[in-house]
Ligand binder design. Sequence first.
Ligand SMILES: Nc1ncnc2c1ncn2[C@@H]1O[C@H](COP(=O)(O)OP(=O)(O)O)[C@@H](O)[C@H]1O
Ligand SMILES: CC(=O)N[C@@H](CCC(=O)OP(=O)(O)O)C(=O)O
Length: 292
Amino acid sequence: MDRDWIATARTLSEALPYLQRYTGAVVVVKFGGNAMGDDDAMAEFARDIVLMKQVGMNPVVVHGGGPMINEMLAKLGIKSDWVRGKRVTDKATVEVVEMILSGLVNKRIVQAINDQGGRAVGISGKDDDLMVCEADDPELGFVGRPVEMNVQVIRDLYSAGMIPVIAPVATGVNDNETFNVNGDTAAGAIAGALQADRLLLLTDVAGVKDKAGEVITNMTPDEVQGLIADGTISGGMIPKVETALKAVKEGVRAVVILDGRVANACLLELFTEHGAGSMIRSTMPKVKPRRG
Ligand SMILES: Nc1ncnc2c1ncn2[C@@H]1O[C@H](COP(=O)(O)OP(=O)(O)O)[C@@H](O)[C@H]1O
Ligand SMILES: CC(=O)N[C@@H](CCC(=O)OP(=O)(O)O)C(=O)O
């Protein structure tokens, strides 16, 4: 490991209460295409996930891969349009999305985790009808909105010592449909259905920033709504915080938006008093530490 994660927690005594608190905790980690980086960064992410499993948590990885889909579409000469942060997905595009997400990207993450000594199993929203979708909006084509979640397959995998790695491709309510699901949306729906203890959304910024550009470390849903309304939160951050709000409402204890390119990002968030990124939860603890 490039950096000793225990050192990032300063002392083992700082990390220990967190280790105990998180035993058995279900932690859904959304690994976005922009957070993936090179092979070294992928190996580092995989080490964090394996360590989480080794200390008794149940990590569940949901991944994206937008930049990798863009690359393949460009090679094939297929143009993509975006509406409100989602890819307009026609029949040809959904086939490429499934090939890239369920194939290339999913297996790259599975291999990286297994190389670090974990037991990753890669599936998509289609496996065991994990995520069943309806069309999100006729304007978007084959973009899915999850309407039925069957998360027992995830529980079965983590209870048997494995680490589920999930591609956001889903089955439709009608036969023979394939839907492209935004990675954040899929991670939120899975975390909600699992009643997860944490949903970590790894992205390419340090967190949600205020007007002065400072990361806001803690937010309630009302505060997030205010930041959307006054334009502080915009662009790709809007679907991310909307996912967070929905997940919290569905019973996820806390959602954290953080920079996945930072070394040991997940461990810093889970095992240090200061945490990392921006946490959204319905009620904030009144006393320090802020994470709990
Ligand atoms: N208030 C804000 N704080 C942080 N980032 C913001 C904010 N408002 C808009 N953004 C933008 O949102 C982007 C993150 O969304 P996106 O690029 O879709 O992430 P990802 O590809 O990881 O899913 C940031 O890079 C930033 O440009
Ligand atoms: C509907 C929709 O937009 N789907 C995304 C799925 C991948 C994704 O979400 O990837 P990132 O997390 O890397 O952005 C897409 O087609 O790019």
